[in-house]
Design a protein around this ligand. Structure first.
Ligand SMILES: NC(=O)c1ccc[n+]([C@@H]2O[C@H](COP(=O)([O-])OP(=O)(O)OC[C@H]3O[C@@H](n4cnc5c(N)ncnc54)[C@H](OP(=O)(O)O)[C@@H]3O)[C@@H](O)[C@H]2O)c1
Length: 315
């Protein structure tokens, strides 16, 4: 009896190990192989491979601004979308000065819902949009119970984090399919790895982005349009100012990666892998979370965000 039980347990163990290794090694292996190919074979510039323009939502600050600079450095013309026109103009001027590419500023508030997409269609559809970075996002300014969230914030979490990704893909995918080229980068979050108490709406919205993005990747694959899903961990931006202020001066504050470092790694993965955390340390955190049962992951996220319940954004 015992040898039979041991054999079954060994089989289950081997099966689980293979699944975990496949899930967590496919991205690094793909990066290494593509990295070698990039060294040995001539590569098409992004503008030729995907199209002339990159559209980045939430491009005036944080990770979006980082992507805008990274892609401008690869000779893409940049459409910057956000709410604050002055901030957008400043970033656009900086990009033009540094990289000598064309820029276009589009002022749009995704919290306004449906109306914003007519205005975006007028600006975006006439262009050869090769890359769409669905980056715009909104989070809490501390860990909060569901009923503590103001009603307006709940709507905004849905319209900004969920609807923008979906509707911009809906707007731009037909032209990409017709041209037979393009790349969509959807920014989800490491918090999509498990339900996150005290960050419940944000984390659930990011699960939507992850699943939508991975399903769209399969739909668009035959049309040579690529979709990349990015799941960042903590990056030092306005969004995580409450985390930074809580852990200021403590070892945990080192968990917050600088935007420049984050985008250097995440940018390297473009065109090389369809799913990434964008930064090696975040990849290890994701692999660690996936190693344990869901109740442990929930416990870890609950511990982090319940600890952040008392803090307030200080920017
Ligand atoms: N930072 C992190 O640790 C982290 C971790 C995981 C995932 N992420 C994801 O990464 C993405 C970028 O986050 P971030 O940390 O870079 O955020 P951020 O620093 O707060 O920047 C957000 C950007 O979006 C714009 N924006 C905000 N609300 C908008 C709205 N309603 N309509 C149009 N534009 C709006 C902001 O400019 P205006 O205020 O001028 O509009 C800004 O350019 C988000 O999707 C976020 O969920 C971030």
């Amino acid at each position: 009896m015992w040898p039979f039980v041991c054999a079954i347990l060994a089989l289950i163990g081997a099966y689980c190990s293979i699944c975990w290794l496949y899930e967590n090694l496919r991205t690094p292996v793909s990066l290494v192989l593509h990295g070698i190919a990039q060294l040995l074979l001539p590569q098409k510039p992004f503008s030729e491979k995907y199209g002339e323009w990159a559209v980045i939502t939430g491009a005036s600050d944080g990770i979006g601004k980082g992507y805008a600079e990274y892609l401008a450095g690869r000779r893409m013309n940049i459409v910057l979308v956000a709410r604050n026109e002055n901030k957008l103009n400043r970033v656009a001027e900086e990009i033009q000065r540094k990289y000598s590419v064309r820029t276009k500023v589009v002022v749009a508030d995704f919290a306004n819902g449906e109306a914003v997409y007519e205005h975006l269609a007028r600006d975006l559809l006439p262009r050869d949009v090769g890359i769409l970075v669905n980056n715009v996002g909104l989070s809490y300014d501390r860990g909060m119970c569901m009923e503590e969230l103001p009603k307006k914030l709940v709507w905004d979490l849905l319209t900004v984090n969920v609807a923008s990704v979906t509707m911009l893909c809906h707007l731009l995918v037909p032209a990409m399919k017709q041209r037979g080229r393009g790349l969509i980068i959807n920014i989800s979050s490491l918090s999509a790895a498990a339900p996150a108490p005290y960050l419940s709406v944000y984390a659930a919205a990011k699960v939507y982005v992850r699943n939508f993005s991975m399903a769209l990747r399969e739909e668009l694959r035959p049309h040579r349009v690529e979709v990349q899903t990015v799941l960042p961990g903590f990056v030092r931006t306005n969004m995580t100012a409450f985390v930074a202020s809580e852990y200021d001066g403590k070892a945990a504050s080192k968990q917050l990666v600088r935007v420049d470092d984050y985008v250097r790694y995440a940018g390297f993965t473009i065109g090389k892998t369809d799913r990434t955390c964008g930064y090696w340390w975040h990849g290890l955190q994701y692999a660690g979370l996936k190693l344990v049962p869901e109740f442990v992951r929930v416990f870890v996220l609950q511990t982090i965000y319940s600890h952040l319940r008392g803090t307030k954004k200080n920017v």
